[in-house]
Design a protein around this ligand. Structure first.
Ligand SMILES: [Zn+2]
Length: 404
């Protein structure tokens, strides 16, 4: 009996090793394309050099290699108030300068691609293929010439809005805020005069399709989403969005939106942020960063009047509490599963939001960890063909359909 158990145990160990080896091989062979990373605005502008392995942040050239990443869209992002006094367009150009500088310093390791042929060549040359995604239509400052200028500098997708609306497109944050009735003492945001795309907004979308810039509908409100999808002539992208039916937060995508993307031939790339993956995390975080947090901070302040000590204690407490409810890798894979079950395996991809988020699922702490996702999909019985589509094949298809 004992011998039989040992044999069984050895067999299980063997099966486990064999399957992790084969998933590792599959991961290396597959094209991995991640459509959203914020390292430019979170570390590079602060002077950090991602040519070398960093001990902070989520990404650098060494770690992308280790994670088997082939294609990375770099997000060019600026807040709703510009960094430079000259404005948003200047901010965007400055960030693109910082990416150019990294590419120029590391020509053997990274290439900035501007068309589909260059993407393929970069992958064949085993370089990290960098592409530029501009996050937020505010960067073009209501000017189609500026859209064209950013295209010339390499912009290959533009997210129509970030959390802030533009004069021509409403964001998910503003659309959802305006549909709630205001609390006592609050007024509706007056920035939102009309939901959806204006006539100029439709011109922006048409110009993007004409130039070969992918229309990215992450962050946009539902009305903008449907107006844009009715206007485009090419497949759309949601560069970093997850599933509303699993985690109902303001900018995750609903079933009808998923069906509309499938009909359009586009792709939804799953955002890894804990608060977009897990409902429990979102609720805990909303509570602790809101009313719950205020009660706890008041009680801390009653014990210590030193505000620095209190702040440190509060941060420690908040991190510990939120760490307890971080989602698992399996919960992230559930979002992929959901889209596959609803519309098939052609419309889902990876849009991590590394270096743009404060919390990630357990085990997915930085860009070295993508092989675990492949392992999880293998474990769930996905075919090699399906896994290749999800890791990057679907994004490649959308790039090919959009780029000149
Ligand atoms: Zn974002």
């Amino acid at each position: 009996m004992k011998q039989l158990l040992v044999i069984l145990w050895l067999f299980l160990v063997f099966v486990n090793i064999a399957s992790s080896q084969s998933s590792g091989k599959l991961h290396q062979k597959a094209i991995l394309a991640d459509t959203h990373n914020d390292v430019l605005s979170s570390s590079v502008l602060e002077g950090k050099d991602i040519s070398h392995r960093l001990t902070t942040g989520h990404s650098d050239l060494d770690r992308w290699k280790e994670g088997g990443v082939d294609v990375q869209f770099f997000s060019v992002w600026t807040d709703k108030t510009p960094r430079n006094k000259e404005g948003f367009f200047k901010d965007a150009n400055q960030e693109i300068d910082s990416l150019d500088a990294i590419v120029n310093r590391n020509p053997q390791r990274i290439i900035l691609a501007k068309d589909y042929k260059e993407v393929k060549e970069g992958i064949r040359g085993k370089k990290l293929v960098a592409l530029i995604g501009v996050e937020g239509g505010h960067m073009i400052e209501d000017d189609l010439h500026k859209l064209e200028e950013l295209y010339k500098r390499g912009m290959r997708y533009m997210t129509l809005t970030w959390n802030n609306s533009t004069s021509w497109a409403s964001s998910a944050m503003d659309e959802t805020a305006s549909s709630k009735s205001p609390l006592p003492g609050e007024t509706l945001r007056d920035s939102l005069k009309k939901k959806g795309l204006t006539a100029f907004g439709k011109q922006v979308v048409q110009k993007m399709n004409e130039l070969g810039v992918i229309v990215d509908l992450s962050h946009t409100g539902e009305q903008t989403f449907y107006d844009a999808i009715a206007t485009v002539t090419k497949p759309v992208l949601l560069s970093h969005s997850s599933v509303w039916n699993i985690c109902p937060v303001f900018r995750n995508v609903k079933d009808d939106q998923i069906r509309a993307v499938a009909k359009n031939g586009g792709v939804i790339c799953i955002n890894f942020y804990s608060g977009f993956i897990s409902k429990e995390y979102d609720q805990r975080s909303t509570y602790l960063n809101g009313p719950g947090g205020r009660i706890i901070q008041d009680s801390l302040f009653a014990v210590s009047h030193d505000s620095a000590t209190m702040k440190a204690q509060w941060t420690k407490y908040l991190n510990t509490e939120l760490n307890k409810v971080r989602p698992t890798l399996a919960q992230l894979a559930d979002h992929i599963d959901y889209i596959v079950k609803l519309v098939g395996d052609d419309y889902v991809g990876i849009g991590s939001d590394y270096d743009g988020v404060g919390s990630l699922p357990v085990g997915l702490e930085d860009v070295t960890t993508y092989p675990k996702i492949t392992g999880e999909l293998v474990r769930r019985g996905y075919s090699k063909k399906s896994i290749k589509k999800i890791l990057g094949g679907n994004v490649m298809r959308v790039m090919k359909a959009n780029f000149k």
